[in-house]
Design a protein around this ligand. Structure first.
Ligand code: FES
Ligand code: FES
Length: 220
């Protein structure tokens, strides 16, 4: 005999299960989204940002921290300030050169998380949490990086405006491949313009450094 009690609809059970599953996924997704925003901090306060809040900076100066050459530097900059301007005008680190200010010459090259970037094209606020290395952090007159020393020996500069950027690009290339050949060296400075035409000396300095690396001397 058939029961009068209506059977639970399989379809209904499925849709209830799907609904519960969907709800769990949605709340997990929301939690993940909140977690992904949790690294964002308000510019002006130590208080944690409300979950899901969007960081707002400016238009006035905002206090930020940058890690440059292994040291944490605190400065106050408007959000429109580039990393290059922050280095030179806020921190007095003038080794990184300002030439075109539009990403065309490579004079302002620094390392950000180990990769070369033109610092005139990076906002200082976007460099927070990154490892920045400038020419000052690569070496100094008392303790030069092998590429810096090779530039001196090969007389690879005239006015010197392009030189820090060239050195940073070559140091990064030789760190990637300590035995880089001339093609790779040329490629690494393709974005570095020298108006004085020192290229042959620059390539000689880089290749001499590569030979030094090959012989087990120096480090990047
Ligand atoms: S000054 Fe940045 S690329 Fe020329
Ligand atoms: S040495 Fe003058 S621009 Fe390169």
């Amino acid at each position: 005999m058939k029961s009068d009690k209506p059977k639970k609809s399989h379809k209904a059970a499925l849709s209830r299960r799907s609904f519960l599953k969907g709800a769990a996924l949605t709340s997990a997704g929301a939690m993940a989204a909140v977690a992904s925003l949790s690294h964002l901090k308000p510019a002006h306060a130590d208080a944690p940002m409300p979950a899901g809040a969007v960081e707002r900076l400016g238009p006035g100066p905002a206090p930020i921290e940058l890690k440059i050459n292994g040291e944490v530097k605190r400065l106050s900059v408007e959000p429109r300030v580039t990393l290059l301007r922050a280095l030179r005008e806020h921190l007095g680190m003038t080794g990184t050169k300002l030439v075109c200010d539009r990403g065309a010459c490579g004079a302002c090259t620094v390392l950000m998380d180990g990769r070369t970037v033109t610092s005139c094209m990076v906002l200082a606020v976007d460099a927070r949490g990154r490892e920045i290395v400038t020419i000052e952090g690569l070496g100094n007159p008392a303790r030069m990086h092998p590429v810096q020393a090779a530039f001196v020996v090969a007389d690879a500069m005239q006015c010197g405006f392009c030189t820090p950027g060239m050195v940073m690009s070559i140091a990064a290339a030789l760190k990637r491949n300590p035995k880089a050949g001339e093609d790779e060296i040329r490629q690494s400075v393709a974005g570095n313009i020298c108006r004085c035409g020192t290229y042959p000396h620059v390539f000689a300095a880089a290749l001499n450094t590569a030979r030094g690396f090959g012989a087990g001397k120096g480090n990047a």
